[in-house]
Design a protein. Structure first.
Lengths: 307, 307
Protein backbone atom coordinates (compact mmCIF):
# COMPACT_ATOMS: atom_id res chain seq x y z
CA UNK A 1 0.00 0.00 0.00
CA UNK A 2 1.21 3.49 -0.85
CA UNK A 3 2.29 5.80 1.93
CA UNK A 4 1.56 9.03 0.10
CA UNK A 5 -1.24 10.22 -2.13
CA UNK A 6 -1.70 13.37 -4.15
CA UNK A 7 -5.24 14.45 -4.90
CA UNK A 8 -7.24 17.08 -6.74
CA UNK A 9 -10.06 18.34 -4.49
CA UNK A 10 -12.56 20.21 -6.64
CA UNK A 11 -14.57 23.38 -6.18
CA UNK A 12 -18.33 22.90 -6.06
CA UNK A 13 -21.55 24.85 -6.52
CA UNK A 14 -24.18 24.55 -3.79
CA UNK A 15 -27.90 25.34 -4.00
CA UNK A 16 -28.09 25.22 -7.83
CA UNK A 17 -30.77 27.94 -8.01
CA UNK A 18 -33.87 26.14 -6.76
CA UNK A 19 -32.29 23.66 -4.33
CA UNK A 20 -31.20 25.82 -1.41
CA UNK A 21 -29.36 23.76 1.21
CA UNK A 22 -29.84 20.45 -0.64
CA UNK A 23 -28.52 20.48 -4.23
CA UNK A 24 -24.94 20.82 -5.45
CA UNK A 25 -22.65 19.95 -8.35
CA UNK A 26 -18.93 19.41 -8.83
CA UNK A 27 -16.51 21.45 -10.96
CA UNK A 28 -13.63 20.15 -12.99
CA UNK A 29 -11.07 22.82 -13.71
CA UNK A 30 -11.03 24.59 -10.35
CA UNK A 31 -9.79 22.94 -7.19
CA UNK A 32 -7.06 22.49 -4.61
CA UNK A 33 -4.26 19.98 -4.64
CA UNK A 34 -3.39 18.14 -1.48
CA UNK A 35 -0.79 15.60 -0.48
CA UNK A 36 -1.63 13.21 2.35
CA UNK A 37 1.17 11.13 3.84
CA UNK A 38 1.11 8.25 6.29
CA UNK A 39 3.54 8.65 9.16
CA UNK A 40 4.76 6.42 11.94
CA UNK A 41 4.26 9.29 14.36
CA UNK A 42 0.64 9.33 15.46
CA UNK A 43 -1.70 12.27 15.07
CA UNK A 44 -2.60 14.75 12.33
CA UNK A 45 -0.07 17.38 11.24
CA UNK A 46 -0.48 20.04 8.58
CA UNK A 47 3.03 20.45 7.24
CA UNK A 48 2.62 22.77 4.27
CA UNK A 49 0.10 25.35 3.11
CA UNK A 50 0.56 27.26 -0.12
CA UNK A 51 -1.71 29.76 -1.85
CA UNK A 52 -3.55 31.30 1.07
CA UNK A 53 -2.69 32.11 4.63
CA UNK A 54 -4.46 29.48 6.72
CA UNK A 55 -3.76 28.08 10.20
CA UNK A 56 -1.34 25.16 10.56
CA UNK A 57 -2.81 23.94 13.85
CA UNK A 58 -5.00 20.96 12.90
CA UNK A 59 -7.70 22.02 15.37
CA UNK A 60 -8.04 25.40 13.64
CA UNK A 61 -7.87 24.24 10.03
CA UNK A 62 -10.94 22.73 8.31
CA UNK A 63 -8.82 20.00 6.69
CA UNK A 64 -7.33 19.26 10.09
CA UNK A 65 -10.65 19.20 11.94
CA UNK A 66 -12.24 16.72 9.52
CA UNK A 67 -9.07 14.63 9.57
CA UNK A 68 -9.05 14.61 13.38
CA UNK A 69 -12.72 13.57 13.54
CA UNK A 70 -12.06 10.61 11.26
CA UNK A 71 -8.77 9.80 12.98
CA UNK A 72 -10.37 9.68 16.41
CA UNK A 73 -13.08 7.38 15.13
CA UNK A 74 -10.88 4.95 13.16
CA UNK A 75 -7.92 5.02 15.61
CA UNK A 76 -5.44 3.83 12.97
CA UNK A 77 -1.98 2.58 13.93
CA UNK A 78 -0.29 5.53 12.23
CA UNK A 79 -0.46 9.30 11.81
CA UNK A 80 -0.92 11.59 8.81
CA UNK A 81 0.76 14.65 7.34
CA UNK A 82 -1.29 16.97 5.17
CA UNK A 83 0.03 19.40 2.57
CA UNK A 84 -2.46 21.88 1.14
CA UNK A 85 -1.90 23.67 -2.17
CA UNK A 86 -4.84 26.03 -1.96
CA UNK A 87 -6.14 27.35 -5.27
CA UNK A 88 -9.76 28.08 -4.31
CA UNK A 89 -9.92 31.41 -2.55
CA UNK A 90 -11.61 31.14 0.88
CA UNK A 91 -14.97 32.93 0.92
CA UNK A 92 -15.51 32.72 -2.83
CA UNK A 93 -18.76 30.73 -2.61
CA UNK A 94 -17.50 27.72 -4.57
CA UNK A 95 -16.77 25.39 -1.70
CA UNK A 96 -13.25 26.36 -0.68
CA UNK A 97 -13.57 25.01 2.85
CA UNK A 98 -15.37 21.90 1.58
CA UNK A 99 -12.51 21.09 -0.77
CA UNK A 100 -10.10 21.17 2.18
CA UNK A 101 -12.40 19.31 4.58
CA UNK A 102 -13.21 16.61 2.03
CA UNK A 103 -9.69 16.27 0.65
CA UNK A 104 -8.02 15.30 3.91
CA UNK A 105 -10.49 12.54 4.80
CA UNK A 106 -10.58 11.26 1.21
CA UNK A 107 -6.80 10.98 1.17
CA UNK A 108 -6.58 9.30 4.56
CA UNK A 109 -9.30 6.84 3.57
CA UNK A 110 -7.40 5.94 0.39
CA UNK A 111 -4.13 5.38 2.30
CA UNK A 112 -5.95 3.15 4.79
CA UNK A 113 -7.39 0.98 1.99
CA UNK A 114 -10.84 2.58 1.69
CA UNK A 115 -12.46 1.40 4.97
CA UNK A 116 -15.17 4.10 4.75
CA UNK A 117 -17.88 4.72 2.16
CA UNK A 118 -18.46 8.16 0.66
CA UNK A 119 -21.36 9.00 2.96
CA UNK A 120 -19.19 8.33 6.02
CA UNK A 121 -16.40 10.45 4.52
CA UNK A 122 -18.93 13.25 4.06
CA UNK A 123 -19.98 12.81 7.66
CA UNK A 124 -16.44 13.44 8.93
CA UNK A 125 -15.85 16.22 6.43
CA UNK A 126 -18.91 18.00 7.86
CA UNK A 127 -17.02 18.39 11.13
CA UNK A 128 -14.39 20.41 9.30
CA UNK A 129 -16.97 22.34 7.29
CA UNK A 130 -18.61 23.34 10.57
CA UNK A 131 -15.42 25.13 11.60
CA UNK A 132 -15.68 27.38 8.54
CA UNK A 133 -19.41 27.96 8.45
CA UNK A 134 -20.55 27.47 12.06
CA UNK A 135 -22.95 24.69 11.08
CA UNK A 136 -22.67 21.18 9.73
CA UNK A 137 -23.87 21.08 6.16
CA UNK A 138 -23.05 18.87 3.22
CA UNK A 139 -24.30 20.69 0.14
CA UNK A 140 -20.75 21.44 -1.07
CA UNK A 141 -19.12 18.36 0.48
CA UNK A 142 -21.44 15.85 -1.18
CA UNK A 143 -20.65 16.92 -4.78
CA UNK A 144 -16.93 17.18 -3.95
CA UNK A 145 -16.84 13.62 -2.61
CA UNK A 146 -19.43 11.92 -4.87
CA UNK A 147 -18.98 14.04 -8.02
CA UNK A 148 -21.71 15.12 -10.41
CA UNK A 149 -25.00 16.43 -9.04
CA UNK A 150 -25.99 15.49 -5.50
CA UNK A 151 -29.04 15.95 -3.32
CA UNK A 152 -28.61 15.97 0.44
CA UNK A 153 -31.89 14.31 1.40
CA UNK A 154 -31.19 14.89 5.06
CA UNK A 155 -28.24 15.98 7.17
CA UNK A 156 -29.16 13.95 10.23
CA UNK A 157 -29.16 11.06 9.55
CA UNK A 158 -26.91 11.90 6.63
CA UNK A 159 -28.48 10.72 3.39
CA UNK A 160 -26.98 11.70 0.03
CA UNK A 161 -28.44 10.94 -3.40
CA UNK A 162 -26.31 10.82 -6.55
CA UNK A 163 -28.21 12.38 -9.43
CA UNK A 164 -27.35 11.76 -13.08
CA UNK A 165 -25.32 14.37 -15.02
CA UNK A 166 -26.32 15.10 -18.64
CA UNK A 167 -23.17 14.67 -20.70
CA UNK A 168 -23.20 18.02 -22.46
CA UNK A 169 -23.63 20.26 -19.42
CA UNK A 170 -21.00 22.94 -18.71
CA UNK A 171 -20.70 25.50 -15.94
CA UNK A 172 -19.47 29.07 -16.27
CA UNK A 173 -18.52 30.99 -13.14
CA UNK A 174 -17.62 34.49 -12.20
CA UNK A 175 -15.99 35.29 -8.89
CA UNK A 176 -16.14 38.98 -8.09
CA UNK A 177 -13.28 39.69 -5.70
CA UNK A 178 -15.43 41.04 -2.90
CA UNK A 179 -16.05 39.67 0.54
CA UNK A 180 -19.48 38.67 1.79
CA UNK A 181 -19.59 37.74 5.44
CA UNK A 182 -21.29 34.39 6.03
CA UNK A 183 -23.10 35.97 8.97
CA UNK A 184 -24.49 38.67 6.67
CA UNK A 185 -25.61 36.28 3.93
CA UNK A 186 -27.39 34.24 6.62
CA UNK A 187 -28.95 37.18 8.42
CA UNK A 188 -30.47 38.54 5.22
CA UNK A 189 -32.62 35.42 4.74
CA UNK A 190 -36.20 35.37 6.00
CA UNK A 191 -37.20 32.89 8.71
CA UNK A 192 -40.56 32.34 7.01
CA UNK A 193 -41.45 32.33 3.33
CA UNK A 194 -44.79 32.50 1.49
CA UNK A 195 -46.29 29.04 0.92
CA UNK A 196 -46.84 29.95 -2.75
CA UNK A 197 -43.10 30.56 -3.22
CA UNK A 198 -42.25 27.32 -1.46
CA UNK A 199 -44.58 25.46 -3.85
CA UNK A 200 -42.92 27.06 -6.88
CA UNK A 201 -39.52 26.11 -5.48
CA UNK A 202 -40.36 22.44 -4.84
CA UNK A 203 -41.92 22.19 -8.29
CA UNK A 204 -38.58 23.44 -9.62
CA UNK A 205 -36.53 21.01 -7.52
CA UNK A 206 -38.68 18.07 -8.66
CA UNK A 207 -38.44 19.28 -12.25
CA UNK A 208 -34.67 19.69 -12.11
CA UNK A 209 -34.21 16.16 -10.75
CA UNK A 210 -36.48 14.85 -13.53
CA UNK A 211 -34.59 16.93 -16.12
CA UNK A 212 -31.23 15.52 -14.99
CA UNK A 213 -32.63 11.99 -15.30
CA UNK A 214 -34.00 12.62 -18.79
CA UNK A 215 -31.20 14.94 -20.07
CA UNK A 216 -33.93 17.46 -20.86
CA UNK A 217 -32.00 20.72 -21.32
CA UNK A 218 -35.16 22.78 -21.93
CA UNK A 219 -36.52 21.60 -18.61
CA UNK A 220 -33.19 22.29 -16.87
CA UNK A 221 -33.59 25.82 -18.15
CA UNK A 222 -37.14 26.11 -16.82
CA UNK A 223 -36.22 24.61 -13.46
CA UNK A 224 -33.14 26.75 -12.74
CA UNK A 225 -35.15 29.43 -11.02
CA UNK A 226 -34.86 30.55 -7.42
CA UNK A 227 -37.83 32.53 -6.15
CA UNK A 228 -36.93 32.08 -2.47
CA UNK A 229 -33.30 33.00 -1.76
CA UNK A 230 -32.04 35.00 -4.72
CA UNK A 231 -34.30 38.04 -4.19
CA UNK A 232 -32.61 38.53 -0.82
CA UNK A 233 -29.01 37.53 -1.43
CA UNK A 234 -28.55 39.15 -4.82
CA UNK A 235 -28.46 42.52 -3.07
CA UNK A 236 -25.07 41.52 -1.66
CA UNK A 237 -23.59 40.88 -5.12
CA UNK A 238 -22.87 43.95 -7.24
CA UNK A 239 -24.25 43.80 -10.81
CA UNK A 240 -25.96 40.45 -10.24
CA UNK A 241 -28.92 41.27 -12.47
CA UNK A 242 -26.69 42.56 -15.25
CA UNK A 243 -24.60 39.38 -15.15
CA UNK A 244 -27.71 37.22 -15.18
CA UNK A 245 -29.30 39.08 -18.07
CA UNK A 246 -26.09 38.93 -20.10
CA UNK A 247 -25.62 35.24 -19.37
CA UNK A 248 -29.17 34.29 -20.35
CA UNK A 249 -28.93 36.44 -23.48
CA UNK A 250 -25.72 34.62 -24.42
CA UNK A 251 -27.56 31.31 -24.20
CA UNK A 252 -27.09 30.08 -20.65
CA UNK A 253 -29.78 27.68 -19.42
CA UNK A 254 -29.78 29.42 -16.06
CA UNK A 255 -27.81 31.71 -13.79
CA UNK A 256 -27.88 31.96 -10.01
CA UNK A 257 -25.78 32.61 -6.93
CA UNK A 258 -23.19 29.93 -6.19
CA UNK A 259 -23.63 28.91 -2.56
CA UNK A 260 -23.94 32.08 -0.52
CA UNK A 261 -21.94 34.04 -3.12
CA UNK A 262 -20.26 36.22 -4.19
CA UNK A 263 -19.58 33.80 -7.07
CA UNK A 264 -22.33 33.45 -9.66
CA UNK A 265 -22.70 30.30 -11.77
CA UNK A 266 -24.37 29.57 -15.08
CA UNK A 267 -25.15 26.22 -16.70
CA UNK A 268 -25.08 25.83 -20.47
CA UNK A 269 -25.53 23.10 -23.05
CA UNK A 270 -22.16 22.60 -24.68
CA UNK A 271 -18.72 24.11 -24.16
CA UNK A 272 -19.11 26.69 -26.92
CA UNK A 273 -22.16 28.23 -25.27
CA UNK A 274 -20.49 28.14 -21.85
CA UNK A 275 -17.55 30.06 -23.35
CA UNK A 276 -19.83 32.58 -25.04
CA UNK A 277 -21.51 33.08 -21.68
CA UNK A 278 -18.09 33.64 -20.10
CA UNK A 279 -17.33 36.36 -22.66
CA UNK A 280 -20.68 38.03 -22.02
CA UNK A 281 -20.23 38.20 -18.26
CA UNK A 282 -16.61 39.31 -18.61
CA UNK A 283 -17.91 42.25 -20.62
CA UNK A 284 -20.33 43.16 -17.83
CA UNK A 285 -17.73 43.08 -15.08
CA UNK A 286 -14.97 44.70 -17.15
CA UNK A 287 -17.00 47.89 -17.03
CA UNK A 288 -16.94 47.89 -13.23
CA UNK A 289 -14.12 48.71 -10.83
CA UNK A 290 -14.35 45.26 -9.22
CA UNK A 291 -11.64 42.69 -9.92
CA UNK A 292 -12.97 39.28 -10.94
CA UNK A 293 -12.10 35.81 -12.18
CA UNK A 294 -14.12 33.67 -14.59
CA UNK A 295 -14.03 29.94 -15.27
CA UNK A 296 -15.58 27.42 -17.62
CA UNK A 297 -15.83 23.84 -16.40
CA UNK A 298 -17.41 20.59 -17.44
CA UNK A 299 -19.43 19.01 -14.65
CA UNK A 300 -17.00 16.72 -12.83
CA UNK A 301 -18.74 13.38 -12.39
CA UNK A 302 -15.87 11.82 -10.48
CA UNK A 303 -15.40 14.22 -7.57
CA UNK A 304 -12.05 14.18 -5.79
CA UNK A 305 -9.41 12.55 -7.98
CA UNK A 306 -6.15 10.80 -7.20
CA UNK A 307 -3.40 12.46 -9.25
CA UNK B 1 -64.84 7.47 -37.24
CA UNK B 2 -66.94 6.32 -34.31
CA UNK B 3 -69.80 8.52 -33.13
CA UNK B 4 -69.83 7.28 -29.55
CA UNK B 5 -67.15 6.43 -27.04
CA UNK B 6 -67.33 4.90 -23.58
CA UNK B 7 -64.51 5.71 -21.19
CA UNK B 8 -63.24 4.95 -17.70
CA UNK B 9 -62.17 8.17 -15.99
CA UNK B 10 -60.06 7.32 -12.96
CA UNK B 11 -59.81 8.67 -9.45
CA UNK B 12 -56.49 10.29 -8.58
CA UNK B 13 -54.41 11.24 -5.55
CA UNK B 14 -53.03 14.78 -5.44
CA UNK B 15 -50.13 16.14 -3.34
CA UNK B 16 -48.58 12.70 -2.63
CA UNK B 17 -47.36 13.73 0.84
CA UNK B 18 -44.45 16.07 0.05
CA UNK B 19 -45.67 17.53 -3.26
CA UNK B 20 -48.49 19.85 -2.24
CA UNK B 21 -50.12 21.41 -5.30
CA UNK B 22 -47.73 19.78 -7.78
CA UNK B 23 -47.58 15.97 -7.52
CA UNK B 24 -50.29 13.42 -8.25
CA UNK B 25 -50.84 9.81 -9.27
CA UNK B 26 -53.58 7.85 -11.00
CA UNK B 27 -55.70 5.02 -9.57
CA UNK B 28 -56.87 1.95 -11.39
CA UNK B 29 -59.88 0.37 -9.73
CA UNK B 30 -61.81 3.49 -8.78
CA UNK B 31 -63.32 5.80 -11.37
CA UNK B 32 -66.35 7.05 -13.25
CA UNK B 33 -67.67 5.77 -16.52
CA UNK B 34 -68.79 8.23 -19.14
CA UNK B 35 -70.31 7.99 -22.60
CA UNK B 36 -69.62 10.81 -25.04
CA UNK B 37 -71.69 10.93 -28.25
CA UNK B 38 -71.32 13.10 -31.34
CA UNK B 39 -74.59 14.73 -32.41
CA UNK B 40 -75.69 16.70 -35.45
CA UNK B 41 -77.28 19.21 -33.13
CA UNK B 42 -74.64 21.68 -32.03
CA UNK B 43 -73.74 22.39 -28.39
CA UNK B 44 -72.99 20.39 -25.27
CA UNK B 45 -75.80 18.47 -23.56
CA UNK B 46 -75.58 16.32 -20.45
CA UNK B 47 -78.21 13.67 -21.05
CA UNK B 48 -77.74 11.24 -18.19
CA UNK B 49 -76.26 11.32 -14.71
CA UNK B 50 -76.29 8.24 -12.48
CA UNK B 51 -74.76 7.71 -9.06
CA UNK B 52 -74.88 11.17 -7.58
CA UNK B 53 -77.20 14.12 -7.82
CA UNK B 54 -75.38 16.63 -10.03
CA UNK B 55 -76.64 19.46 -12.26
CA UNK B 56 -77.63 18.69 -15.86
CA UNK B 57 -77.05 22.24 -17.12
CA UNK B 58 -73.68 22.13 -18.86
CA UNK B 59 -72.69 25.51 -17.43
CA UNK B 60 -73.17 24.23 -13.88
CA UNK B 61 -71.56 20.81 -14.27
CA UNK B 62 -67.75 20.41 -14.22
CA UNK B 63 -67.85 17.95 -17.14
CA UNK B 64 -70.04 20.44 -19.03
CA UNK B 65 -67.87 23.46 -18.28
CA UNK B 66 -64.66 21.80 -19.48
CA UNK B 67 -66.51 20.47 -22.55
CA UNK B 68 -67.86 23.94 -23.34
CA UNK B 69 -64.40 25.52 -23.00
CA UNK B 70 -62.93 23.06 -25.48
CA UNK B 71 -66.00 23.26 -27.73
CA UNK B 72 -65.83 27.05 -27.98
CA UNK B 73 -62.16 26.87 -28.84
CA UNK B 74 -62.33 24.09 -31.45
CA UNK B 75 -65.72 25.09 -32.94
CA UNK B 76 -66.39 21.65 -34.37
CA UNK B 77 -69.14 21.06 -36.93
CA UNK B 78 -71.16 18.94 -34.50
CA UNK B 79 -72.42 18.80 -30.93
CA UNK B 80 -71.87 16.36 -28.05
CA UNK B 81 -74.00 14.46 -25.56
CA UNK B 82 -72.45 13.41 -22.29
CA UNK B 83 -73.60 10.59 -20.00
CA UNK B 84 -72.02 10.41 -16.58
CA UNK B 85 -72.04 7.23 -14.49
CA UNK B 86 -70.59 8.70 -11.34
CA UNK B 87 -68.84 6.27 -9.01
CA UNK B 88 -66.44 8.63 -7.24
CA UNK B 89 -68.26 10.46 -4.49
CA UNK B 90 -67.95 14.23 -4.80
CA UNK B 91 -65.85 15.70 -1.98
CA UNK B 92 -63.99 12.50 -1.25
CA UNK B 93 -60.53 13.91 -1.94
CA UNK B 94 -59.68 11.51 -4.75
CA UNK B 95 -60.37 13.73 -7.73
CA UNK B 96 -64.10 13.29 -8.29
CA UNK B 97 -64.54 16.59 -10.13
CA UNK B 98 -61.30 16.03 -12.06
CA UNK B 99 -62.55 12.68 -13.36
CA UNK B 100 -65.65 14.41 -14.73
CA UNK B 101 -63.82 17.45 -16.09
CA UNK B 102 -61.13 15.35 -17.74
CA UNK B 103 -63.47 12.65 -19.04
CA UNK B 104 -65.66 14.90 -21.18
CA UNK B 105 -62.77 16.59 -22.99
CA UNK B 106 -60.90 13.31 -23.41
CA UNK B 107 -63.96 11.72 -25.01
CA UNK B 108 -64.67 14.65 -27.30
CA UNK B 109 -61.02 14.75 -28.38
CA UNK B 110 -61.15 11.05 -29.25
CA UNK B 111 -64.34 11.45 -31.29
CA UNK B 112 -62.77 14.36 -33.19
CA UNK B 113 -59.69 12.30 -34.10
CA UNK B 114 -57.34 13.48 -31.34
CA UNK B 115 -56.64 17.07 -32.49
CA UNK B 116 -55.38 18.08 -29.01
CA UNK B 117 -52.43 16.85 -26.97
CA UNK B 118 -52.79 15.86 -23.34
CA UNK B 119 -51.51 19.17 -21.99
CA UNK B 120 -54.14 21.05 -23.99
CA UNK B 121 -56.82 18.65 -22.73
CA UNK B 122 -55.67 19.36 -19.19
CA UNK B 123 -55.87 23.07 -19.93
CA UNK B 124 -59.56 22.82 -20.87
CA UNK B 125 -60.31 20.41 -18.05
CA UNK B 126 -58.95 23.02 -15.62
CA UNK B 127 -61.88 25.26 -16.59
CA UNK B 128 -64.27 22.61 -15.29
CA UNK B 129 -62.14 21.92 -12.23
CA UNK B 130 -62.32 25.62 -11.37
CA UNK B 131 -66.11 25.34 -11.08
CA UNK B 132 -65.72 22.75 -8.33
CA UNK B 133 -62.77 24.21 -6.46
CA UNK B 134 -62.89 27.94 -7.22
CA UNK B 135 -59.40 27.88 -8.71
CA UNK B 136 -57.73 26.38 -11.73
CA UNK B 137 -55.44 23.61 -10.70
CA UNK B 138 -54.17 20.50 -12.41
CA UNK B 139 -52.76 18.28 -9.70
CA UNK B 140 -55.63 15.77 -10.04
CA UNK B 141 -56.31 16.38 -13.74
CA UNK B 142 -52.74 15.70 -14.87
CA UNK B 143 -52.57 12.15 -13.47
CA UNK B 144 -56.12 11.41 -14.72
CA UNK B 145 -55.20 12.44 -18.27
CA UNK B 146 -51.53 11.34 -18.45
CA UNK B 147 -51.66 8.38 -16.06
CA UNK B 148 -48.95 7.35 -13.61
CA UNK B 149 -47.20 9.97 -11.52
CA UNK B 150 -47.23 13.56 -12.72
CA UNK B 151 -45.62 16.80 -11.65
CA UNK B 152 -47.33 20.08 -12.52
CA UNK B 153 -44.22 22.23 -13.09
CA UNK B 154 -46.36 25.30 -13.52
CA UNK B 155 -50.04 26.08 -14.01
CA UNK B 156 -49.51 29.16 -16.13
CA UNK B 157 -48.10 28.43 -18.63
CA UNK B 158 -49.32 24.88 -18.08
CA UNK B 159 -46.36 22.49 -17.96
CA UNK B 160 -46.82 18.88 -16.93
CA UNK B 161 -44.07 16.29 -16.42
CA UNK B 162 -44.70 12.55 -16.66
CA UNK B 163 -42.70 10.75 -13.99
CA UNK B 164 -41.90 7.04 -14.13
CA UNK B 165 -43.96 4.56 -12.10
CA UNK B 166 -42.12 1.70 -10.36
CA UNK B 167 -43.87 -1.49 -11.45
CA UNK B 168 -44.58 -2.93 -8.03
CA UNK B 169 -46.20 0.11 -6.44
CA UNK B 170 -49.74 -0.19 -5.06
CA UNK B 171 -52.04 2.31 -3.39
CA UNK B 172 -54.39 1.68 -0.50
CA UNK B 173 -57.10 4.22 0.29
CA UNK B 174 -59.60 4.87 2.99
CA UNK B 175 -62.47 7.26 2.47
CA UNK B 176 -64.13 8.20 5.75
CA UNK B 177 -67.68 9.26 4.89
CA UNK B 178 -67.40 12.74 6.34
CA UNK B 179 -67.57 16.07 4.61
CA UNK B 180 -64.70 18.57 4.66
CA UNK B 181 -65.54 21.90 3.14
CA UNK B 182 -62.94 23.00 0.57
CA UNK B 183 -63.09 26.48 2.08
CA UNK B 184 -62.23 25.06 5.49
CA UNK B 185 -59.34 22.92 4.24
CA UNK B 186 -57.95 26.00 2.49
CA UNK B 187 -58.48 28.39 5.38
CA UNK B 188 -56.61 26.14 7.79
CA UNK B 189 -53.36 26.44 5.80
CA UNK B 190 -50.76 29.04 6.76
CA UNK B 191 -49.88 31.80 4.29
CA UNK B 192 -46.24 31.58 5.34
CA UNK B 193 -44.17 28.59 6.38
CA UNK B 194 -40.77 28.28 8.09
CA UNK B 195 -37.90 28.21 5.58
CA UNK B 196 -36.51 25.13 7.34
CA UNK B 197 -39.74 23.21 6.66
CA UNK B 198 -39.76 24.34 3.05
CA UNK B 199 -36.20 23.02 2.64
CA UNK B 200 -37.17 19.65 4.13
CA UNK B 201 -40.15 19.51 1.76
CA UNK B 202 -38.19 20.27 -1.42
CA UNK B 203 -35.53 17.76 -0.38
CA UNK B 204 -38.38 15.24 -0.17
CA UNK B 205 -39.88 16.22 -3.54
CA UNK B 206 -36.47 15.92 -5.23
CA UNK B 207 -35.88 12.61 -3.48
CA UNK B 208 -39.27 11.21 -4.48
CA UNK B 209 -38.72 12.12 -8.14
CA UNK B 210 -35.28 10.44 -7.98
CA UNK B 211 -36.81 7.41 -6.23
CA UNK B 212 -39.46 7.02 -8.95
CA UNK B 213 -36.74 7.15 -11.62
CA UNK B 214 -34.63 4.56 -9.85
CA UNK B 215 -37.45 2.35 -8.47
CA UNK B 216 -35.89 2.83 -5.04
CA UNK B 217 -38.67 1.77 -2.66
CA UNK B 218 -36.64 2.59 0.46
CA UNK B 219 -36.18 6.12 -0.78
CA UNK B 220 -39.88 6.39 -1.70
CA UNK B 221 -40.51 5.53 1.94
CA UNK B 222 -38.11 8.19 3.21
CA UNK B 223 -39.48 10.83 0.83
CA UNK B 224 -43.20 10.32 1.55
CA UNK B 225 -43.20 12.81 4.36
CA UNK B 226 -45.19 16.03 4.56
CA UNK B 227 -43.93 18.49 7.17
CA UNK B 228 -45.81 21.46 5.73
CA UNK B 229 -49.51 20.69 5.12
CA UNK B 230 -50.32 17.55 7.10
CA UNK B 231 -49.83 19.08 10.56
CA UNK B 232 -52.67 21.50 9.74
CA UNK B 233 -55.07 19.43 7.67
CA UNK B 234 -54.91 16.22 9.66
CA UNK B 235 -56.97 17.91 12.36
CA UNK B 236 -59.92 17.78 9.97
CA UNK B 237 -59.68 14.01 9.53
CA UNK B 238 -60.78 11.90 12.51
CA UNK B 239 -58.30 9.21 13.58
CA UNK B 240 -55.71 10.27 11.00
CA UNK B 241 -52.74 9.46 13.26
CA UNK B 242 -54.18 6.08 14.21
CA UNK B 243 -54.66 5.19 10.53
CA UNK B 244 -51.14 6.33 9.66
CA UNK B 245 -49.55 4.41 12.52
CA UNK B 246 -51.47 1.24 11.64
CA UNK B 247 -50.62 1.57 7.95
CA UNK B 248 -46.90 2.06 8.55
CA UNK B 249 -46.88 -0.79 11.06
CA UNK B 250 -48.50 -3.02 8.42
CA UNK B 251 -45.68 -2.23 6.02
CA UNK B 252 -46.84 0.79 4.00
CA UNK B 253 -44.03 2.89 2.54
CA UNK B 254 -45.95 6.02 3.43
CA UNK B 255 -49.33 7.40 4.39
CA UNK B 256 -50.72 10.89 3.89
CA UNK B 257 -53.83 12.90 3.13
CA UNK B 258 -55.20 12.42 -0.40
CA UNK B 259 -55.72 15.87 -1.89
CA UNK B 260 -57.47 17.97 0.71
CA UNK B 261 -59.01 14.89 2.31
CA UNK B 262 -60.93 13.33 3.92
CA UNK B 263 -59.49 10.32 2.03
CA UNK B 264 -56.12 9.03 3.21
CA UNK B 265 -53.79 7.13 0.89
CA UNK B 266 -50.90 4.75 1.46
CA UNK B 267 -48.32 3.45 -0.99
CA UNK B 268 -46.87 -0.03 -0.63
CA UNK B 269 -44.47 -2.33 -2.43
CA UNK B 270 -46.52 -5.21 -3.77
CA UNK B 271 -50.22 -6.04 -3.71
CA UNK B 272 -49.96 -8.32 -0.67
CA UNK B 273 -48.59 -5.52 1.49
CA UNK B 274 -51.19 -3.07 0.13
CA UNK B 275 -53.91 -5.54 1.14
CA UNK B 276 -52.42 -6.07 4.59
CA UNK B 277 -52.39 -2.29 4.97
CA UNK B 278 -56.06 -2.21 3.95
CA UNK B 279 -56.88 -4.73 6.67
CA UNK B 280 -54.97 -2.74 9.27
CA UNK B 281 -56.74 0.53 8.51
CA UNK B 282 -60.13 -1.20 8.31
CA UNK B 283 -59.50 -2.39 11.84
CA UNK B 284 -58.84 1.17 13.00
CA UNK B 285 -61.97 2.61 11.44
CA UNK B 286 -64.21 -0.33 12.35
CA UNK B 287 -63.85 0.74 15.96
CA UNK B 288 -65.24 4.19 15.20
CA UNK B 289 -68.80 5.28 14.46
CA UNK B 290 -67.78 6.69 11.07
CA UNK B 291 -68.77 4.85 7.90
CA UNK B 292 -65.90 4.33 5.45
CA UNK B 293 -64.80 2.69 2.21
CA UNK B 294 -61.38 1.22 1.47
CA UNK B 295 -59.71 0.42 -1.84
CA UNK B 296 -56.53 -1.20 -3.12
CA UNK B 297 -55.30 -0.15 -6.54
CA UNK B 298 -52.29 -0.60 -8.76
CA UNK B 299 -50.93 2.71 -10.04
CA UNK B 300 -52.72 3.30 -13.35
CA UNK B 301 -50.04 4.27 -15.85
CA UNK B 302 -52.52 4.77 -18.70
CA UNK B 303 -54.90 7.35 -17.24
CA UNK B 304 -58.35 7.63 -18.83
CA UNK B 305 -59.13 4.49 -20.81
CA UNK B 306 -61.45 3.81 -23.73
CA UNK B 307 -63.71 0.91 -22.79
Amino acid sequence: MENEIKIFSPATVANVACGFDVLGFCLDTIGDEMVIRKTEEKGIRITKIEGYDLPFEAEKNVAGVSALAMYKDLKPDCGFEIEIYKKIKPGSGIGSSSASAAGSVFGMNALLGYPLDKTKLTYFAMKGEALASQCEHADNLAPAIFGGFTLVKSANPLQILELPTPSDLYATLIHPQIEIKTSESRAILPKEIPLSNAIAQWANVGSLVHALHTSDYDLIKDALNDVVIEPYRKQLIPHFDAVKNAALKAGALGCAISGSGPSIFMLSKGKAVAEAVEEAIKNVYSETAIAFETYVSKINTEGIQVL
